[in-house]
Design a protein around this ligand. Structure first.
Ligand code: IVH
Length: 693
């Protein structure tokens, strides 16, 4: 057995593939007996190298393959990102396209400095390929001997999610390639929502009384993550190819690769141009921008790539991005439209936010009807909005549309300013004004204090409590929360844990029934065992997001200790600033919040603390590093291990506690296996350092 890690990887991939063939395509390639043999071989290897067991290993699954979650999708060649340059509104020297000039001619430390890195090897005019930067969902497709076998999302660049079942429904995605070489080829590109189709779908949703989708990119992502491919089939999605991962016979130029893609049957953007020299490339970037508003899909810039692969190789990478490519971002698209009115919306914490109701306007291909105005300061002092104003709005990719300013029109001064209401628009309770920060007298916070009597707040708090990053109560979505509140079955989160006593009422809810009611009760029961950090998120402690929640959980290891902690103790937690500590303390001093936490605990919610790390984390442990790690150099890993108290040594012996192995690990790995020293990969080592393993 030369390389057990490689063998384990092969086995996991193979078994996952056979799972998919069996469960999803109904087309098994091997007998059950053969499957079992592979499974046992993997189990035996995993028993020997327990720290190396892949998270997606089929041996980890209890019972049959879960149908409720997507399978991980591993990228053999990591999917990297692009460095950005920006259209400069106020350029220092080179005009709006300064960043592109800098990229070619500047210093090699920042954006790239292609010429200086290439030195004497730089051609007189570097050839570039200019392409639209497609604002879609990055995807990798795998072809084996010309046949589409699987595809997955980018994820963290190394592991994404397998969405083959949905990709298969995309019309222009070739299921079989024409004239491609034998072997394994991975093609990368974007899945995009057709804009006309997006508008049509939204109109239909609205007609059915459903919520409109916010933007095409997120809808494409949401569609691809669905388990049932029938949904994707009905949506106007397209795949555009733009790069390769694995390729048995890579061409010498990027432009030739794109031609090859076209010949094989892929759609490649017709806007792609090959240009000699950076000035020609800048012209091509402008041409694409001029067409932006008329394209049937969204783009947010242009990608400029060095065409010659030999030059690409000479240029290499800057951290996680190729030096040889630059994503040049356009200014966000802006248009003018009429401000019809301002709606005041009440959030889960009672904060009242102004939302501009606009005459529908197309911005960057999407129809915008409303835009957040953030707060009173923004609405009154910054924008000075008046009834009947014409406003300029803008939209940048995923970002929620915003109002940039009001257009100065004759007679505008005579119209009244838009004012905040005095009463809560949802429950009628008088609103209270307070200063969020003593040093900023302009920043008034306007809240409805009727926390448990205001339907908007009650529903918001329950929705938040049940959401995915919080207690993750499956099936408890917006509609159901609304029903529970309307039927007076739940006012606060702790009420959810008493729903079992009111099952008859629950069953009687519209579209509920016995089975759904029981499923909901089961999901609520499961949520009692969620980790402490999720409980902190669920309660909506101000200024506490995912990472702060983790820090708190790690530092205090129990809800009661957090409730009791004073500002100084909270401030002492790594990465928690004094303002955050004060806000957290304020939350836990509140009698209502304390009572609610006690009620949750009494109902059986455990707020499970994280496991204690090994004494002194890695103190007294000896590590040996070998092979190439996927995301960092060995020096960096060494520094991390030492910072956590570990020792790093050069050779493997019986005294070695762990070997951290990367790609092409050689004799040290063999030695570790021979001596029975546990071996782990980079991810496992990082988890160990973080005290999670
Ligand atoms: S090439 C090494 N070309 O932008 C990177 N990417 O910000 C190879 N993208 O993850 C990617 N349009 O998903 C390339 N014409 C284009 C692109 C493009 C959009 C996405 C891609 C990548 C992201 C990086």
């Amino acid at each position: 057995m030369s390389d057990p890690i490689a063998r384990m990887n092969v086995l996991v991939d193979e078994l996952l593939r056979h799972n998919r063939l069996y469960h999803e395509q109904n087309a098994p390639e091997i007998s059950d007996l053969e499957y079992d043999r592979l499974f046992r071989e993997l189990e035996a290897l995993e028993a020997q190298l327990p720290l190396l067991v892949r998270a997606d290993s089929p041996t980890r699954k209890v019972g049959s393959a879960p149908v409720s979650e997507l399978q991980p999708f591993v990228h053999a060649v990591p999917m990297l990102s692009l460095q950005n340059g920006y259209h400069k509104a106020e350029p220092a020297w080179g005009g709006p396209w300064e960043d592109l000039l800098e990229w070619e001619r500047g210093k090699p430390d920042r954006l790239g400095g292609l010429r200086r890195v290439l030195g004497a090897d730089a051609p007189e005019a570097i050839a570039y390929v200019v392409e639209p930067k497609l604002d879609g969902l990055a995807m990798e497709l795998v072809y084996q001997d010309g046949a589409f076998v699987a595809g997955g999302t980018r994820g963290d660049g190394t592991v994404g999610e397998d969405v083959s079942h949905n990709l298969r429904t995309i019309q222009n995605l070739p299921k079989r390639l024409t004239g491609a070489p034998a072997g394994r080829i991975t093609v990368r590109g974007e899945v995009l929502f057709d804009l006309a189709g997006f508008e049509r779908m939204n109109a239909e949703r609205e007609a059915r009384g459903e919520k409109r989708f916010e933007n095409p990119r997120n809808s494409a992502a949401g569609t691809m993550r669905q388990l049932d491919p029938r949904l994707a089939k009905d949506r106007p999605l397209q795949f555009f190819a733009h790069s390769a991962g694995e390729h048995p016979e890579p061409p010498a130029r990027h432009s030739e690769l794109l031609e090859q893609f076209r010949a094989w049957g892929f759609t490649v953007s017709p806007l792609v141009r090959r240009c000699e020299g950076i000035d020609a490339a800048i012209e091509a970037v402008k041409v694409i921008e001029a067409q932006r508003a008329d394209l049937p899909y969204e783009i947010d810039g242009a990608v400029v790539k060095v065409d010659e692969v030999a030059l690409q190789e000479a240029l290499g990478f800057v951290t996680r991005s190729p030096r040889w490519a630059l994503a040049f971002k356009y200014l966000p698209a802006q248009v003018r439209t009429r401000l019809n009115s301002v709606l005041f919306s009440v959030g889960r914490t009672g904060q009242v936010t102004p939302v501009a109701q606009l005459e529908p306007a197309r911005v960057g291909g999407v129809t915008v009807r409303n835009a957040s105005l953030h707060n009173e300061h923004q609405m009154r002092r910054v924008l000075g909005l008046r009834v009947g104003d014409t406003v300029t709005i803008q939209r940048a990719g995923d970002v929620i549309p915003e109002v940039v300013g009001a257009v100065d029109e004759p007679g505008r001064e005579d119209r009244p300013f838009i004012e905040y209401p005095n009463e809560c628009p949802d429950c009628g309770h008088p609103l209270v004004r307070s200063l969020a920060d003593e040093s900023k007298p302009d920043m008034v916070q306007i809240r409805c204090p009727n926390s448990f009597g205001c339907p908007a707040q009650v529903e918001g708090a329950l929705r938040h409590f049940a959401s995915r990053l919080a207690m993750d109560i499956e099936g408890l979505g917006e509609k159901l929360v609304e029903q529970l509140v309307a039927a007076d079955l739940a006012k606060r989160p702790s009420d959810l844990y008493r729903l079992a006593e009111k099952k008859a009422q629950l069953v009687a809810l519209e579209r509920m029934g016995e089975t759904s009611a029981q499923n909901l009760l089961d999901a609520i029961e499961v949520s009692k065992g969620r980790p402490l950090e999720r409980g902190l998120m669920a309660l909506g402690v101000p200024m506490v997001g995912e990472s702060t929640a983790k820090e708190l959980a790690r530092a205090f290891r129990g809800m009661d200790a957090i409730v009791a902690a004073d500002v100084a103790a909270l401030d002492a937690v790594p990465n928690i600033a004094l303002t955050t500590a004060t806000a957290i303390r304020g939350f836990f001093e509140d009698e209502g919040n304390r009572a609610e936490i006690a009620a949750l605990q009494a109902a059986g919610v455990r707020f499970v603390p994280p496991a204690a790390p090994a004494a002194g984390t890695l103190a007294g442990k000896t590590f040996v590093l070998t092979g190439t790690l996927p995301t960092m150099g060995r020096e960096e890993m060494k520094a991390k291990l030492e910072a956590a108290g570990g020792k790093v040594s050069g050779s493997v012996s019986k005294k070695t506690d762990y070997v951290v192995a990367g790609a092409e690990a050689g004799s040290k790995l063999d030695k570790a296996v021979e001596l029975g020293v546990p071996v782990m990969d980079e991810a496992a080592a990082l988890a160990l350092i973080a005290g999670e393993a």
